[in-house]
Design a protein around this ligand. Structure first.
Ligand code: DC
Length: 220
């Protein structure tokens, strides 16, 4: 039998990464940050000089993408890319190449390989709809675009990265629109996902909610 999956989908800066990581820790499960895979491909494309619209070139890159996730760091071939990975420009580039059908298909098996006992918490846009449609628990995290921009701003400043609130708000709106309107695997709640609006929730409250739902399904 396949290991159980908790799918945590939602827009940029909805808190899904933080919530998914804490839920995985609490359960002692594996964690998949699927956005990081799209971001890594964006970095690899930049390095190889492949355009973000070049579907065939990006698909070839995706097939041979050499990535390694360490405890605290991420490697693209031999290069440590943890810093570049989190840049807003990388997220924006990832959102552009993520509209391409063949690129998404090429990254599918790589994402599914993270499903291992005792279980997996997977965060992204299409974890519940496409990558793990049989996940016994699917959460769709949302929050107002203004509160997401505020959170992202705080995160960047805390990390010592440059940030501008007005630009962030505009970038988030642009990425939301692209992620939600694309033809392939658009960002939207599944029929069987549970909606969780975190605009006025603390991280702890959101984590407790997910753990409670996991318990109700006898996943822990
Ligand atoms: O979650 P994130 O911001 O790291 O994701 C970066 C981009 O990658 C996001 O704007 C769209 C794309 N993405 C996707 O299309 N499907 C996923 N499962 C995860 C990310």
């Amino acid at each position: 039998m396949n290991a159980p999956v908790i799918a945590v989908d939602g827009p940029t800066a909805s808190g899904k990464g933080t919530v998914a990581t804490l839920v995985a820790k609490a359960l002692g499960w594996h964690m998949l940050d699927s956005g990081a895979i799209y971001r890594l491909l964006a970095l690899a494309a930049d390095e190889a000089g492949v355009a973000l619209e070049d579907e065939a070139g990006l698909t070839r890159l995706a097939d041979k993408l050499d990535v390694r996730f360490g405890e605290e760091s991420v490697f693209l071939a031999e290069r440590e890319v943890s810093f570049d990975l989190r840049q807003e420009a990388t997220g924006l580039a990832a959102s552009k190449l993520a509209v391409l059908k063949e690129v998404r298909a090429a990254l599918l098996a790589r994402q599914r390989a993270f499903r291992m006992p005792p279980g997996l918490v997977a965060d992204g846009r299409d974890m519940g709809a496409v990558v793990f449609p049989d996940a016994p628990l699917k959460i769709f995290l949302t929050a107002s675009v203004e509160s997401r921009a505020q959170r992202r701003y705080k995160q960047l400043i805390e990390k010592g990265l440059p940030a501008n609130l007005a630009n962030l708000l505009q970038d988030l709106r642009e990425r939301d629109a692209r992620d939600m309107q694309r033809a392939i695997a658009p960002l939207k709640p599944c029929e069987d996902s549970i909606l969780l609006d975190t605009t006025t929730l603390s991280i702890d409250e959101a984590v407790t909610f997910v753990l409670h739902e996991a318990q109700a399904r006898k996943l822990q």
